[in-house]
Design a protein around this ligand. Sequence first.
Ligand code: AFP
Length: 330
Amino acid sequence: MSTNNTKVLPVGTTLDRYIMHRQYAFAFATGELSQLLRDIALAGKIVHREVNRAGLIDLGGEAGQQNVQGENQQKLDVIADVRFRRALTNGGEVCALISEEEEGIVFTGNDKGKYVVAIDPLDGSSNIDVNVSIGTIFSIYRRVTPFGSQPTIEDFMQGGQEQVAAGYILFGSSTMLVYTTGHSVNGFTYDTSLGEFILSHPNIKSPKNGSIYSYNDGHLKAFSEPIQKYLATCRERQYSARYTGSLVADFHRNLLKGGIYLYPSTSENPDGKLRLLYECYPLAFIAGVTGSLAVSDTEAILNIKPATMHQRAPFYIGAPEMVEELMGYF
Ligand code: AFP
């Protein structure tokens, strides 16, 4: 039950205070989601530390093994996976998680935990060695299996509409945590001198339109005709092409400035590349709250019913008028 605690907290509020404030807005909140968000923030601070000293202590480069997607894991990929797993296990609120880096469900042993988490601990790993932005993406669900029992795949197959919270941490020129519990999207910049995330971007709203487009031009010839035509229009209008290879960075920039990100299906990869549960769903949930749109080839991302943990989906996300125009080309 929501109370009338609608006071807007000012820029400069710490993440902890903000989370508490939101918790008090719900009369029957138990504080577990609040604690879970704090756990994610703590792991984010630790990963921030590792990312920032990676070049100094030989944390760059490959770890010498592949993840479940068949991609070479970077050392920081593995470190981030361990850090988030540990924080989510120690917190006690999470009964299980799935991660881009792990083939199966990771059981935390907290069978009384109310929540499950889907996470990409460090996305954009090809950028690690070259000091370009990378990010963490996460999605939180209330479990559907009974408390006290071992969680199952069913807990993760609820669909994007059932997310109770989602967010990302961008390790960029500064580190930022952006998250939503469905009410508003707020961005917190990490103040390294204080060791605190500080509210810097309250109530983020997407511009209705924009002039930035982000996609991998190397794959252009493999895209379907409608996508190629839409991109030709962007070029004719002299939109700015901006693509880092880190979804979090590209999404964040486009959200603040107005733009569209595209990772289409290709003839070789009909489902595209991006993972539904821990890349597309969380960003689509955030997008929806800001007023932007996230779609796949045929339907809204959040309406796709998942079938497997590491499922992929074609992904188009951005300013609503840009996404609507793209859909017109289909
Ligand atoms: P990696 O983590 O394997 O670098 O993948 C990053 C990513 O999932 C997403 O963040 C990028 O936007 C996209 O893949 C880049 O893929 P391409 O290299 O095919 O453009």
